[in-house]
Design a protein around this ligand. Structure first.
Ligand code: SAH
Ligand code: SF4
Length: 377
Protein backbone atom coordinates (compact mmCIF):
# COMPACT_ATOMS: atom_id res chain seq x y z
CA UNK A 1 0.00 0.00 0.00
CA UNK A 2 1.23 3.48 -0.65
CA UNK A 3 -0.15 6.72 0.66
CA UNK A 4 0.25 10.27 -0.33
CA UNK A 5 -1.06 13.10 1.74
CA UNK A 6 -2.68 16.40 1.02
CA UNK A 7 0.66 18.22 0.74
CA UNK A 8 1.21 16.46 -2.56
CA UNK A 9 -1.75 18.33 -4.02
CA UNK A 10 -1.84 22.03 -4.75
CA UNK A 11 -4.00 23.86 -2.20
CA UNK A 12 -7.01 25.69 -3.66
CA UNK A 13 -6.48 29.41 -4.25
CA UNK A 14 -7.15 31.64 -1.20
CA UNK A 15 -10.28 33.18 -2.61
CA UNK A 16 -11.78 29.89 -3.80
CA UNK A 17 -14.32 29.85 -0.99
CA UNK A 18 -15.83 33.17 -2.03
CA UNK A 19 -16.10 32.33 -5.72
CA UNK A 20 -18.98 30.29 -7.12
CA UNK A 21 -18.04 26.78 -8.19
CA UNK A 22 -19.02 26.02 -11.77
CA UNK A 23 -18.66 22.27 -11.25
CA UNK A 24 -22.03 20.66 -10.62
CA UNK A 25 -24.09 23.19 -12.57
CA UNK A 26 -26.28 21.76 -15.31
CA UNK A 27 -25.78 23.04 -18.86
CA UNK A 28 -28.80 25.34 -18.38
CA UNK A 29 -27.45 26.68 -15.07
CA UNK A 30 -24.04 27.28 -16.62
CA UNK A 31 -25.66 29.17 -19.52
CA UNK A 32 -27.64 31.25 -17.00
CA UNK A 33 -24.43 32.08 -15.10
CA UNK A 34 -22.84 33.24 -18.36
CA UNK A 35 -25.94 35.27 -19.26
CA UNK A 36 -25.54 37.10 -15.95
CA UNK A 37 -22.09 38.10 -17.14
CA UNK A 38 -23.65 39.30 -20.40
CA UNK A 39 -22.13 36.41 -22.37
CA UNK A 40 -23.75 34.42 -25.18
CA UNK A 41 -24.84 30.76 -24.66
CA UNK A 42 -21.94 29.39 -26.75
CA UNK A 43 -19.57 30.56 -24.00
CA UNK A 44 -21.21 28.03 -21.70
CA UNK A 45 -20.60 25.33 -24.31
CA UNK A 46 -16.93 26.26 -24.52
CA UNK A 47 -16.56 26.27 -20.76
CA UNK A 48 -18.32 22.92 -20.46
CA UNK A 49 -15.73 21.44 -22.81
CA UNK A 50 -12.84 22.83 -20.76
CA UNK A 51 -14.30 21.74 -17.44
CA UNK A 52 -15.57 18.26 -18.28
CA UNK A 53 -13.63 17.18 -21.34
CA UNK A 54 -10.25 18.75 -20.69
CA UNK A 55 -10.43 18.72 -16.89
CA UNK A 56 -9.00 22.22 -16.74
CA UNK A 57 -9.28 23.99 -13.39
CA UNK A 58 -7.43 27.20 -14.26
CA UNK A 59 -9.38 29.75 -16.30
CA UNK A 60 -6.10 31.31 -17.47
CA UNK A 61 -5.29 28.10 -19.35
CA UNK A 62 -8.60 28.06 -21.24
CA UNK A 63 -6.98 29.48 -24.33
CA UNK A 64 -9.98 29.40 -26.67
CA UNK A 65 -11.57 32.13 -24.50
CA UNK A 66 -10.50 35.76 -24.73
CA UNK A 67 -8.03 36.99 -22.13
CA UNK A 68 -10.47 39.55 -20.84
CA UNK A 69 -13.24 36.95 -20.42
CA UNK A 70 -10.86 34.55 -18.64
CA UNK A 71 -9.95 37.26 -16.18
CA UNK A 72 -13.61 38.04 -15.47
CA UNK A 73 -14.37 34.36 -14.95
CA UNK A 74 -11.48 34.07 -12.50
CA UNK A 75 -12.82 36.95 -10.42
CA UNK A 76 -16.23 35.39 -9.86
CA UNK A 77 -15.99 31.68 -10.39
CA UNK A 78 -13.89 28.62 -9.58
CA UNK A 79 -13.63 25.14 -11.06
CA UNK A 80 -13.16 23.17 -7.85
CA UNK A 81 -13.21 19.55 -6.77
CA UNK A 82 -13.38 18.28 -3.19
CA UNK A 83 -9.86 18.53 -1.71
CA UNK A 84 -7.91 15.28 -1.54
CA UNK A 85 -6.94 14.60 2.08
CA UNK A 86 -5.30 11.29 1.30
CA UNK A 87 -4.75 9.08 -1.74
CA UNK A 88 -3.97 5.40 -1.23
CA UNK A 89 -3.01 2.69 -3.69
CA UNK A 90 -3.53 -0.96 -2.77
CA UNK A 91 -1.22 -3.86 -3.66
CA UNK A 92 -3.81 -4.94 -6.25
CA UNK A 93 -4.04 -1.51 -7.92
CA UNK A 94 -7.24 -0.42 -6.17
CA UNK A 95 -7.11 3.25 -5.28
CA UNK A 96 -8.94 5.14 -2.59
CA UNK A 97 -9.27 8.87 -2.18
CA UNK A 98 -10.34 10.41 1.11
CA UNK A 99 -11.90 13.78 0.35
CA UNK A 100 -12.34 16.83 2.56
CA UNK A 101 -15.57 18.73 2.03
CA UNK A 102 -15.90 22.45 2.80
CA UNK A 103 -17.86 21.84 6.03
CA UNK A 104 -15.19 19.55 7.45
CA UNK A 105 -16.99 16.33 6.53
CA UNK A 106 -15.24 13.60 4.59
CA UNK A 107 -16.19 11.00 1.99
CA UNK A 108 -14.37 8.26 0.14
CA UNK A 109 -14.17 7.25 -3.50
CA UNK A 110 -12.68 3.96 -4.67
CA UNK A 111 -11.28 2.99 -8.08
CA UNK A 112 -11.13 -0.70 -8.96
CA UNK A 113 -9.16 -1.61 -12.10
CA UNK A 114 -10.02 -4.90 -13.78
CA UNK A 115 -8.88 -6.46 -17.03
CA UNK A 116 -11.80 -5.25 -19.14
CA UNK A 117 -12.93 -2.21 -17.19
CA UNK A 118 -12.15 0.32 -14.50
CA UNK A 119 -14.92 0.97 -12.01
CA UNK A 120 -15.26 4.01 -9.82
CA UNK A 121 -17.31 3.51 -6.68
CA UNK A 122 -18.88 6.86 -5.88
CA UNK A 123 -20.47 8.06 -2.62
CA UNK A 124 -23.81 9.86 -2.57
CA UNK A 125 -24.04 10.94 1.08
CA UNK A 126 -21.79 11.51 4.06
CA UNK A 127 -22.71 8.46 6.13
CA UNK A 128 -26.16 6.89 5.72
CA UNK A 129 -29.44 7.30 7.62
CA UNK A 130 -30.28 3.63 7.13
CA UNK A 131 -28.84 1.28 9.67
CA UNK A 132 -28.21 -2.03 7.95
CA UNK A 133 -26.69 -4.21 10.64
CA UNK A 134 -23.76 -5.48 8.55
CA UNK A 135 -22.67 -2.10 7.13
CA UNK A 136 -20.00 0.13 8.63
CA UNK A 137 -21.27 3.26 6.84
CA UNK A 138 -24.62 2.77 8.59
CA UNK A 139 -22.94 3.24 11.99
CA UNK A 140 -21.74 6.75 11.12
CA UNK A 141 -23.68 9.31 13.12
CA UNK A 142 -23.24 12.38 10.97
CA UNK A 143 -25.20 12.25 7.75
CA UNK A 144 -25.80 14.73 5.00
CA UNK A 145 -26.52 14.68 1.30
CA UNK A 146 -23.68 15.38 -1.11
CA UNK A 147 -24.24 18.18 -3.61
CA UNK A 148 -24.07 17.53 -7.37
CA UNK A 149 -20.58 19.14 -7.34
CA UNK A 150 -19.42 16.80 -4.58
CA UNK A 151 -20.73 13.76 -6.44
CA UNK A 152 -19.46 14.60 -9.93
CA UNK A 153 -16.31 15.99 -8.28
CA UNK A 154 -15.41 12.45 -7.18
CA UNK A 155 -15.21 11.36 -10.82
CA UNK A 156 -13.04 14.38 -11.58
CA UNK A 157 -10.72 13.67 -8.64
CA UNK A 158 -10.26 10.12 -9.93
CA UNK A 159 -9.51 11.38 -13.43
CA UNK A 160 -7.01 13.85 -11.92
CA UNK A 161 -5.32 11.08 -9.94
CA UNK A 162 -5.18 8.75 -12.94
CA UNK A 163 -4.02 11.52 -15.27
CA UNK A 164 -6.95 10.90 -17.57
CA UNK A 165 -7.75 14.28 -19.16
CA UNK A 166 -9.00 14.40 -21.83
CA UNK A 167 -10.36 10.87 -21.61
CA UNK A 168 -9.57 8.87 -24.74
CA UNK A 169 -12.47 7.31 -26.67
CA UNK A 170 -10.76 3.90 -26.43
CA UNK A 171 -8.73 2.38 -23.61
CA UNK A 172 -9.99 4.56 -20.80
CA UNK A 173 -9.21 3.83 -17.19
CA UNK A 174 -12.50 5.02 -15.65
CA UNK A 175 -15.08 3.18 -17.77
CA UNK A 176 -17.82 2.43 -15.23
CA UNK A 177 -19.47 4.25 -12.35
CA UNK A 178 -21.20 2.45 -9.51
CA UNK A 179 -23.14 4.41 -6.90
CA UNK A 180 -22.13 1.95 -4.20
CA UNK A 181 -19.98 4.07 -1.93
CA UNK A 182 -21.22 5.77 1.20
CA UNK A 183 -24.91 6.60 1.42
CA UNK A 184 -28.25 5.68 -0.08
CA UNK A 185 -28.41 7.33 -3.52
CA UNK A 186 -32.22 7.24 -3.71
CA UNK A 187 -32.43 9.30 -0.51
CA UNK A 188 -30.50 11.99 -2.40
CA UNK A 189 -32.12 11.44 -5.76
CA UNK A 190 -32.16 15.01 -7.11
CA UNK A 191 -28.46 15.64 -6.53
CA UNK A 192 -27.46 12.17 -7.74
CA UNK A 193 -29.56 12.68 -10.88
CA UNK A 194 -28.01 16.11 -11.54
CA UNK A 195 -24.52 14.65 -11.12
CA UNK A 196 -25.23 11.65 -13.35
CA UNK A 197 -26.66 13.87 -16.09
CA UNK A 198 -23.35 15.72 -16.09
CA UNK A 199 -21.39 12.45 -16.07
CA UNK A 200 -23.39 11.14 -19.05
CA UNK A 201 -23.05 14.26 -21.20
CA UNK A 202 -21.33 13.15 -24.43
CA UNK A 203 -19.39 16.41 -24.72
CA UNK A 204 -17.97 16.09 -21.23
CA UNK A 205 -17.17 13.14 -18.99
CA UNK A 206 -19.09 11.07 -21.49
CA UNK A 207 -19.84 8.01 -19.40
CA UNK A 208 -22.69 6.09 -21.00
CA UNK A 209 -25.80 5.34 -18.94
CA UNK A 210 -25.16 1.66 -19.74
CA UNK A 211 -21.96 1.95 -17.69
CA UNK A 212 -23.59 3.54 -14.66
CA UNK A 213 -25.13 1.41 -11.92
CA UNK A 214 -27.10 2.78 -9.02
CA UNK A 215 -27.32 0.58 -5.95
CA UNK A 216 -30.25 0.95 -3.60
CA UNK A 217 -31.26 -0.74 -0.39
CA UNK A 218 -34.80 -0.64 -1.78
CA UNK A 219 -36.27 2.87 -1.63
CA UNK A 220 -39.32 1.71 -3.56
CA UNK A 221 -41.05 5.08 -4.23
CA UNK A 222 -37.97 6.45 -6.06
CA UNK A 223 -37.13 3.43 -8.18
CA UNK A 224 -39.50 4.00 -11.10
CA UNK A 225 -38.45 7.64 -11.49
CA UNK A 226 -34.81 6.64 -11.42
CA UNK A 227 -35.34 4.18 -14.26
CA UNK A 228 -37.55 6.48 -16.30
CA UNK A 229 -35.50 9.66 -15.93
CA UNK A 230 -31.93 8.40 -15.71
CA UNK A 231 -32.26 4.95 -17.27
CA UNK A 232 -29.17 3.70 -15.44
CA UNK A 233 -28.55 0.09 -14.46
CA UNK A 234 -30.10 -0.89 -11.16
CA UNK A 235 -28.54 -2.91 -8.36
CA UNK A 236 -30.66 -3.87 -5.37
CA UNK A 237 -29.22 -4.82 -2.00
CA UNK A 238 -31.44 -7.78 -1.27
CA UNK A 239 -29.38 -9.73 1.29
CA UNK A 240 -32.25 -11.85 2.62
CA UNK A 241 -35.02 -14.09 1.33
CA UNK A 242 -37.63 -13.63 4.06
CA UNK A 243 -39.16 -10.49 5.51
CA UNK A 244 -38.27 -11.72 8.97
CA UNK A 245 -34.53 -11.82 8.26
CA UNK A 246 -34.54 -8.72 6.08
CA UNK A 247 -36.47 -6.73 8.73
CA UNK A 248 -33.68 -7.61 11.13
CA UNK A 249 -30.61 -6.90 9.00
CA UNK A 250 -32.07 -4.11 6.83
CA UNK A 251 -34.65 -2.09 8.78
CA UNK A 252 -35.82 -0.33 5.58
CA UNK A 253 -37.60 -3.62 4.84
CA UNK A 254 -40.21 -2.77 7.48
CA UNK A 255 -41.24 0.17 5.31
CA UNK A 256 -40.82 -1.47 1.90
CA UNK A 257 -41.06 -5.24 2.36
CA UNK A 258 -39.83 -7.87 -0.10
CA UNK A 259 -42.99 -8.17 -2.17
CA UNK A 260 -43.21 -4.43 -2.70
CA UNK A 261 -39.51 -4.24 -3.56
CA UNK A 262 -39.61 -7.12 -6.04
CA UNK A 263 -42.74 -5.70 -7.70
CA UNK A 264 -40.87 -2.42 -8.17
CA UNK A 265 -38.01 -4.42 -9.73
CA UNK A 266 -40.42 -6.20 -12.05
CA UNK A 267 -41.63 -2.86 -13.37
CA UNK A 268 -38.24 -1.10 -13.42
CA UNK A 269 -38.16 0.66 -16.81
CA UNK A 270 -35.76 -0.66 -19.41
CA UNK A 271 -35.13 -4.04 -17.83
CA UNK A 272 -34.83 -6.95 -20.23
CA UNK A 273 -32.64 -9.98 -20.66
CA UNK A 274 -29.73 -8.02 -22.06
CA UNK A 275 -29.96 -5.55 -19.19
CA UNK A 276 -30.62 -7.35 -15.96
CA UNK A 277 -31.10 -6.06 -12.46
CA UNK A 278 -28.21 -7.00 -10.20
CA UNK A 279 -29.23 -8.33 -6.80
CA UNK A 280 -26.50 -7.91 -4.24
CA UNK A 281 -26.42 -10.60 -1.60
CA UNK A 282 -23.93 -10.37 1.25
CA UNK A 283 -23.04 -13.81 2.58
CA UNK A 284 -23.61 -13.85 6.35
CA UNK A 285 -22.81 -17.07 8.18
CA UNK A 286 -25.89 -18.77 9.57
CA UNK A 287 -28.12 -15.79 8.73
CA UNK A 288 -28.97 -15.90 5.03
CA UNK A 289 -26.71 -18.57 3.53
CA UNK A 290 -28.67 -21.85 3.77
CA UNK A 291 -29.67 -24.01 0.82
CA UNK A 292 -33.24 -23.13 1.63
CA UNK A 293 -32.32 -19.45 1.25
CA UNK A 294 -30.85 -20.16 -2.19
CA UNK A 295 -34.03 -21.93 -3.27
CA UNK A 296 -36.23 -19.17 -1.87
CA UNK A 297 -34.11 -16.62 -3.72
CA UNK A 298 -34.73 -18.43 -7.02
CA UNK A 299 -38.47 -18.32 -6.36
CA UNK A 300 -38.39 -14.62 -5.43
CA UNK A 301 -36.56 -13.67 -8.62
CA UNK A 302 -38.93 -15.53 -10.93
CA UNK A 303 -39.97 -13.29 -13.81
CA UNK A 304 -37.25 -10.70 -13.20
CA UNK A 305 -34.29 -10.50 -15.61
CA UNK A 306 -31.78 -10.84 -12.79
CA UNK A 307 -28.23 -11.66 -11.89
CA UNK A 308 -27.02 -12.16 -8.36
CA UNK A 309 -23.78 -10.79 -6.99
CA UNK A 310 -22.67 -12.82 -3.99
CA UNK A 311 -20.57 -10.58 -1.74
CA UNK A 312 -18.39 -12.14 0.94
CA UNK A 313 -19.15 -10.19 4.12
CA UNK A 314 -16.39 -7.74 4.95
CA UNK A 315 -15.98 -7.61 8.70
CA UNK A 316 -15.16 -4.33 10.41
CA UNK A 317 -14.12 -3.61 14.00
CA UNK A 318 -17.09 -4.44 16.21
CA UNK A 319 -19.20 -6.03 13.48
CA UNK A 320 -21.60 -8.65 14.76
CA UNK A 321 -21.59 -11.01 11.76
CA UNK A 322 -19.17 -13.48 10.21
CA UNK A 323 -18.67 -14.28 6.55
CA UNK A 324 -20.06 -17.61 5.30
CA UNK A 325 -17.51 -20.39 4.67
CA UNK A 326 -16.09 -20.65 1.17
CA UNK A 327 -17.79 -24.04 0.68
CA UNK A 328 -21.17 -22.61 1.70
CA UNK A 329 -20.78 -19.74 -0.74
CA UNK A 330 -19.86 -22.14 -3.56
CA UNK A 331 -22.85 -24.35 -2.75
CA UNK A 332 -25.16 -21.31 -2.74
CA UNK A 333 -23.78 -20.15 -6.09
CA UNK A 334 -24.15 -23.64 -7.57
CA UNK A 335 -27.83 -23.82 -6.63
CA UNK A 336 -28.45 -20.47 -8.33
CA UNK A 337 -26.45 -21.50 -11.40
CA UNK A 338 -28.45 -24.71 -11.72
CA UNK A 339 -31.54 -22.47 -12.00
CA UNK A 340 -29.75 -20.49 -14.73
CA UNK A 341 -29.16 -17.44 -12.57
CA UNK A 342 -25.73 -15.95 -13.07
CA UNK A 343 -24.22 -15.60 -9.61
CA UNK A 344 -20.58 -14.52 -9.56
CA UNK A 345 -18.88 -14.22 -6.19
CA UNK A 346 -17.43 -10.75 -5.87
CA UNK A 347 -13.69 -10.73 -5.35
CA UNK A 348 -12.52 -8.75 -2.36
CA UNK A 349 -10.40 -5.87 -3.61
CA UNK A 350 -8.32 -3.27 -1.88
CA UNK A 351 -8.60 -4.99 1.48
CA UNK A 352 -5.25 -3.56 2.62
CA UNK A 353 -6.65 -0.02 2.32
CA UNK A 354 -10.14 -0.75 3.71
CA UNK A 355 -11.62 -0.03 0.32
CA UNK A 356 -14.12 -2.89 0.26
CA UNK A 357 -17.89 -2.68 0.21
CA UNK A 358 -19.50 -1.62 3.42
CA UNK A 359 -16.23 -0.57 4.98
CA UNK A 360 -16.40 2.98 3.77
CA UNK A 361 -16.68 5.21 6.74
CA UNK A 362 -14.98 8.53 6.98
CA UNK A 363 -11.55 8.71 8.50
CA UNK A 364 -12.62 11.61 10.74
CA UNK A 365 -15.39 9.45 12.24
CA UNK A 366 -12.92 6.62 12.85
CA UNK A 367 -10.51 9.04 14.46
CA UNK A 368 -13.17 10.53 16.71
CA UNK A 369 -14.23 7.05 17.77
CA UNK A 370 -10.64 6.07 18.51
CA UNK A 371 -10.17 9.26 20.52
CA UNK A 372 -13.30 8.51 22.53
CA UNK A 373 -12.10 4.96 23.11
CA UNK A 374 -8.69 6.24 24.22
CA UNK A 375 -10.33 8.74 26.60
CA UNK A 376 -12.36 5.93 28.17
CA UNK A 377 -9.24 3.94 29.09
N1 SAH B 1 -26.84 2.26 0.14
C1 SAH B 1 -26.75 1.55 -1.07
C2 SAH B 1 -25.40 1.66 -1.75
C3 SAH B 1 -24.14 1.57 -0.91
S1 SAH B 1 -23.69 0.05 -0.15
C4 SAH B 1 -27.11 0.11 -0.87
O1 SAH B 1 -27.21 -0.32 0.27
O2 SAH B 1 -27.34 -0.57 -1.88
C5 SAH B 1 -22.94 -0.96 -1.42
C6 SAH B 1 -23.13 -2.46 -1.19
O3 SAH B 1 -22.26 -2.96 -0.16
C7 SAH B 1 -24.54 -2.81 -0.75
O4 SAH B 1 -25.00 -3.95 -1.42
C8 SAH B 1 -24.33 -3.11 0.72
O5 SAH B 1 -25.38 -3.87 1.23
C9 SAH B 1 -23.00 -3.80 0.69
N2 SAH B 1 -22.35 -3.91 2.01
C10 SAH B 1 -22.51 -3.10 3.07
N3 SAH B 1 -21.75 -3.52 4.12
C11 SAH B 1 -21.09 -4.61 3.70
C12 SAH B 1 -20.14 -5.47 4.31
N4 SAH B 1 -19.71 -5.25 5.54
N5 SAH B 1 -19.66 -6.51 3.60
C13 SAH B 1 -20.07 -6.68 2.30
N6 SAH B 1 -20.95 -5.90 1.67
C14 SAH B 1 -21.46 -4.87 2.35
FE1 SF4 C 1 -26.80 2.61 4.01
FE2 SF4 C 1 -26.40 0.89 1.97
FE3 SF4 C 1 -24.97 0.72 4.28
FE4 SF4 C 1 -27.55 0.07 4.30
S1 SF4 C 1 -25.92 -0.97 3.15
S2 SF4 C 1 -26.49 1.35 5.83
S3 SF4 C 1 -28.38 1.53 2.84
S4 SF4 C 1 -24.93 2.40 2.81
Amino acid sequence: MSRSHAQAFAPPPESAATRRNLVGLSRAELAAAMAELGEKPFRAKQLWHWIYHRGETDFAAMTTLSKEFRARLGERFAVARPAVAEAQVSRDGTRKWLLNLPDGQQVETVYIPEEDRGTLCVSSQVGCTLTCKFCHTGTQRLVRNLSPAEIVGQIMVARDGLGEWPAPAEGRQVTNIVLMGMGEPLYNYDNVAAAMRIAMDPEGLSISKRKITLSTSGVVPEMERCGRELDVNLAVSLHATSDETRDWIMPINKKYPLKMLLDACRSYPGTHNARRITFEYVMLKGVNDSEEDARRLIALLKGIPAKVNLIPFNPWPGSFFECSDAATITRFADILSAAHISSPVRATRGDDILAACGQLKSESERRKKNERAAADL
